[in-house]
Structures are given as C-alpha cells and as structure tokens.
Design a protein around this ligand. Structure first.
Ligand SMILES: [Zn+2]
Length: 390
C-alpha cells in the first residue's frame, strides 16, 4: 500500500473503504472495496488510459445487481487491467452480465469491444447512446447556432477528416479514433435505458450536458456520476453546435432538439444530482483518487461545479464590458497560454463557446458584423440559472 498514505475519514453513508491493491499516485492499477452503510459493496478499479491525459485513470465500478455488473468499460486497452483486477475481489470477467456505459466517450466505452468478447455481457446505456454510436463524431450539420458555426468553420469538416488543430501531430491517435468509431458502429445496446428506470437497486438518471447520453446511477447511498460530476476538475460541457438539430432522429418526440446538450442543459442536470440526499457519496469516473489522496465528495460537488460556470459567465461579461472580442480573443483571455497548446486549444474554444451560447440565448451578448462578441450590459443569465434550479 505504498501509494496510500492516509485513508480518509468516511462519510456517514459509508461503512468501509479498503485498498485491495495499491496503484500509482494517480490511482492507475488501484483496486478498492467500498462498503455502503447498507452493507452493499462496490469495487472500484483504476484503469489506466491508453494515451496520456490529465484526467487520470478511468474508474470502472463493479457491483452485484442481479449478476455481476460493470459501470463503464474504460479505454481501448482496459481488458487486461479489468480482467486481472476482478479475481482480487473474488470475481471473474467471464461472469459479467452487463456493462453499463455512463456516456459515449472513448475513455468510458472504448474498452467495450474486448470486454464484451471476453465476457458475453450485454451493453446497457441511455437510449440516446444507441443513436449516437451509429453516427460519427464532429458531425455538425444544420447547426442550431449559425453565427457560431461561422466563427468555427472547421466544424464543417466531414466525418473521417481530421479537423485542423486536432491531433495533427498524432496520426496514431487519429487511427485509434477511427478504430473506436468502427467498433461502436457494430455494438448492440441490449437495454436502452430511460431516465428513472430501475434495476436491482440501481436507478438510472439521465443527466445530459457533458454528453447528451450521460447517465448518473444511484444505489444505496452512492451515485455513480461518470463524467457528469468530477472532483478536482470541472467537466467539459457540450456545445449546441456540435450536434445536428435532428440528432436523436428516431427519438425526436421524446428528445426535442437542444434539450440534450449545451451549458444550459448541463447546469440543469447538475441540479438533478445536487438535489439528491445531501449525504449521498459521489463515485466519479475520474479522480476518485489522485496524488495520494481520496476524493470522497458528496453531491454538494454538483452545486460547486454549477457555481464555477456561473462565475465564468460573469467574468466573461465583465471582459466584454471592457472591449468587444473575437472567439479566439475570448479563449486566450479565459485560459493561460500554457493550457492552450495542441488539441487543448480546441477544448478551450468549446468551453468558451458553451458559455457564449448561453449568453447569446439569453440576449446578454450578440455578435457584431465584424465577428466580435458584444455585451449588452444585462445579466439575464442569472435569472435563467435561477430558473434551472427550481
Ligand atoms: Zn466524457
């Protein structure tokens, strides 16, 4: 247990936290046994990410819910780490009945191909996931926000083409991405889930925003939050313009356009988690453990993330009060230049866009004919945010 210096004091909903296998200081390779107050046990495996990333390992959770159930599959090299960890807690991958995917990002469902082949498990995911995996990424069509599309012309790139500024120095990374999309195209979702569906003590809540198909799953005093609520880092909200207006084509009636993505939707979904019982423990897909420390947070973390975004909205209007700015200028004034290198630049841009979309929706901001953002001196976003909380 070399990397674990101090076990944390446990929140009241937890009876125990045992380190089954110590990992590295970021939690790679770590295996934990978490016992809820009810006696229900959850195992957590810190699965290393195939390519370096600042988010740390993906935490794959394992529960008994009418049979062995995995929550998330990790990235495309997760089979060996998951397969070797399970016997340490008396389980076998071959016995997995289902793998529940919290959302369709490659560090959560990238390992599905190999894990399904080894186990014969079913994929369970939100019903939007089944529709999204049949489409590629960066499939921006008749966008909901033509102004921003104009300012981000690279989103017009067709599927299979590398968008400029993303991974141009990493062809290998790009090939992995294409392989990943291909793997997903052949997946069959055994049980497409709807919000509030329940199964053997698990309740699936649809919490879109970071991803349109994001699920948060409650069970006996804990909530598995995927990337919806993370400790230490603030998850990236989707931007409206990343998705075609008819994204959930066959589910159009159940999911009207614009309801599944964008900062506004994300803030609303943060409230869904923040409103759970205050003692509920968050079990996130990243940063459960980092730098020798456990992050055992309650659902209050969801409210804190919401507050972070509201502060960012306010800061952006203050900056625009001083001068009108282009999208690039806004991005460069929001993040230090050291954080805007390589593909991170695009991540910074979309973070800023998600906030600008909300400010354009409320009418606090508009775009000048020169392509600059102008603030109108109002803060209607505050009313909007307050209304999302009610
Ligand atoms: Zn994600």
């Amino acid at each position: 247990m070399t990397s674990v210096d101090v076990l944390p004091s446990l929140p009241p909903t937890l009876k125990g936290l045992d380190v089954v296998r110590a990992g590295d200081p970021k939690g790679n390779g770590m295996v934990l046994e978490i016992t809820a107050a009810s006696g229900k046990r959850v195992w957590a495996i810190g699965v290393p990410q195939p390519r370096s990333t600042s988010t740390g390992p993906t935490w794959v959770y394992v529960v008994d819910a009418d049979g062995l159930t995995l929550i998330d599959a990790g990235g495309d090299s997760s089979k060996e780490p998951v397969q070797s960890a399970l016997p340490l807690v008396g389980k076998r991958l071959e016995d997995a009945q289902r793998i529940v995917i919290t959302h369709g990002h490659n560090d959560h469902d990238g390992g599905l191909g190999a894990l399904l082949a080894a186990s014969g498990a079913e994929v369970w995911a939100h019903e939007l996931y089944a529709h999204l995996i049949s489409q590629g990424s960066w499939r921006a069509h008749a966008g909901v926000n033509p102004l921003l599309r104009q300012l981000m012309p690279w989103t017009e790139e067709k599927e299979g083409h590398r968008p400029p500024g993303i991974g141009t120095d990493a062809p290998e990374w790009w090939q992995h991405h294409l392989d990943y999309l291909e793997m997903r195209r052949h997946l069959k979702v055994g049980r497409p889930l709807k919000s509030h569906d329940t199964w053997a003590g698990l309740t699936f809540l649809h919490t879109p925003g970071h991803s349109p198909d994001e699920l948060s799953i409650t069970m006996d005093g804990v909530v598995f939050t995927g990337d919806h609520v993370l400790p230490e880092i603030t998850p990236h909200p989707t931007v409206e313009m990343d998705y075609p207006k008819d994204m959930p084509r066959d589910l159009r009636h159940a999911y009207p356009s614009q309801d599944q993505y964008g900062l506004q939707v994300y803030l609303k979904s943060l409230n869904t988690v923040a409103r759970l019982d205050p003692s509920v423990l968050v079990l996130p897909a990243h940063r459960l453990y980092n730098r020798g420390r456990f992050n055992l947070l309650t659902v209050k973390r969801a409210a804190d993330i919401s507050g972070h975004h509201v502060r960012r909205l306010r800061r952006m209007t203050r900056k625009l009060a001083e001068q009108e700015m282009t999208l690039e200028e806004m991005t460069r004034s929001t993040f230090p230049s050291s954080k805007l290198t390589g593909g991170n630049f695009m991540a910074g841009v979309t973070e800023v866009v998600s906030h600008l979309e909300l400010l354009l929706d409320t009418g606090d901001v508009s775009v000048t004919p020169e392509g600059k953002f102008r603030w109108h001196g109002t803060e209607k976003f505050k009313e909007l945010v307050a209304s999302l909380a009610s």
